[in-house]
Design a protein around this ligand. Sequence first.
Ligand code: RIB
Length: 320
Amino acid sequence: MIAARTADVVCIASFNADLTSRVARPPARGETVLASRFSIGPGGKGSNAAIACARQGARVAVIARIGNDDFGHMALALWQREGIDAAMVEVVDDEPSGVAQILVYDDGDNSIAVAPGAGTGLGARHADAAAGLIGQARVVMASCEVPIEATQAAFAHARRAGAFTLLNPAPAQALPDSLLALCELLTPNQSELRVLAGVDADTSLQRAADALLSRGAGAVAVTLGAAGCMLFRRGREALTVAGHPMLVADTVGAGDTFTGAFAAAIARGAAIAVAAAWANAAAALSVAGEGATGGMPGLEAVAVLLGRSDRADAKPWISR
Ligand code: RIB
């Protein structure tokens, strides 16, 4: 590792190589289905959010652990291309990089199985080693694809230094109150919200979000897919941000785009409700491109979409 530069946003990041097959439907247990297409590309919820954030103009640094293999080299090349500081990334010889096996269906929806590989070894020591980098950032973000200890340590450093903390709680899992209390913003989808809150599918989003707010989370922005998102804050009315109609190529990475664009907007100094609108628009644009990073927009594209969305005749303006 070499000395890190400064960054607006630091991401405690997972990286996976996405091995993606396009199929008409998921195979049943014990069944084989034929895929119409296959691709290998960069993914991982943390790396995806970092790229979405960098494309929104933020200076981004990643703290990650990858293998010294073809997929790890793919990650380093990607981060370099996207202008992301990877000085605090540990590259290990004896463990494989993370891999995600992805099925994308005809309607753009997907199923994913992740083998985190070297990412499993990311821990508090990595966050501690990057305390200086974290301490000067405006926003520190993570997902549940990296070990909780790494996120907890990084968020503790961030909060001590006054940085905003943002957790994308995916894949969903129950989280300790000690971590929730360090999160200024959570960005779950609807099912992740309910798993996190420990409530059943009939519980309203408001009640599920309230459960997390009462356990210490600062705010909850729930993504609703094509319907947009809702923002819940303690003692405030819930805010609904409408979705933007888009032609869907592939929804892989849409939630990560939401998280990364949210972080970039907060780092720019936007109020949380404004940041939610930017994140919502960036995520909408992202589904028009294939692969986790293929559709992630730049700042200008989001600004244009938000400008146009004020018009009553707003229509999908992206074609494939
Ligand atoms: O959120 C999408 C991501 O989930 C994919 O890129 C895959 O790697 C998994 O981490």
